[in-house]
Design a protein around this ligand. Structure first.
Ligand code: SAM
Length: 223
């Protein structure tokens, strides 16, 4: 099991006037929601990650990516940089319209099966597999097909289909794994993880989406 280096919990500094070491302890934020399987934190993942120091096996996340037609994705340059310091397997959504800003081992396709030729996005895998095939001229490793159909829409512009997230959770994680989603949105990753018996931790900076995620996850019956 990998652990994000716990930089924030203890900071020691020399107090020259007393000639001793003083230890400052940064407080751990309280979860917004917690049950046997899932924990939600409300906040900016870049600010609170060190202090929660989650024990995780795999990251499955859908960051705000650059889509110039959708300003509400709130992309910023370097939003995924902190993931470079985390050594576990990572499954990261990214638009097919822009280059992925990190090294990766595999690229998978989410085929939205709408009938339109360009309706797909990529899912990048870091610290994972390398087998390759071809999809519409792109070198890729696998395709995952899922439509957003017959499912309740909670109003999040980037809400992912629960079938898609279930498939990714079962394909890439083991039942004993803890999954981490630092850009949780409306909580679809955590919901799929809980349904499939995994533990999961999510962070979301908008309280609105924390509330929706909490509602979805609290209502979920284990299969
Ligand atoms: C693409 S959406 C995720 C959607 C999610 N997969 C779903 O199914 O609803 C990205 C989310 O990251 C959140 N976000 C952006 N920057 C963040 C940050 N620094 N810390 C935590 N959450 C952040 C946004 O508010 C947004 O809800």
């Amino acid at each position: 099991m990998n652990q994000i280096p716990d930089i924030g919990t203890m900071v020691s500094k020399s107090d020259s006037s007393k000639g001793c070491l003083q230890t400052l302890v940064r407080s751990r934020p309280s979860p917004y929601y917690q049950d046997d399987r899932c924990t939600i934190y409300h906040g900016d993942c870049l600010e609170i990650l060190d202090s929660i120091a989650p024990k995780i096996d795999i990251i499955i996340t859908d960051p705000p990516y650059p889509d110039y037609y959708q300003k509400e994705y709130e992309y910023w340059d370097g939003c995924t940089d902190f993931l470079k310091k985390i050594p576990c397997r990572q499954i990261i959504f990214w638009t097919a319209k822009q280059e992925f800003p990190m090294c990766y081992d595999a690229r998978h396709v989410w085929d939205k099966i709408t009938g339109a030729a360009n309706q797909y996005d990529f899912i990048y895998e870091r610290n994972g597999n390398k087998r390759q095939m071809v999809f519409r001229g792109h070198r890729i490793n696998s395709t995952v097909s899922a439509q957003f159909a017959g499912e309740y829409f909670y109003g999040h512009k980037s809400q992912k289909p629960i079938r898609l997230m279930r498939e990714l959770v079962s394909k890439f994680s083991k039942p004993s794994d803890t999954i981490f989603d630092p850009f949780m949105g409306s909580g679809t990753t955590l919901l799929a993880a809980k349904e499939l018996g995994r533990k999961a931790i999510g962070i979301e900076r908008s309280e609105r989406w924390c509330k929706i995620s909490k509602m979805r996850i609290a209502q979920c019956e284990l299969f």
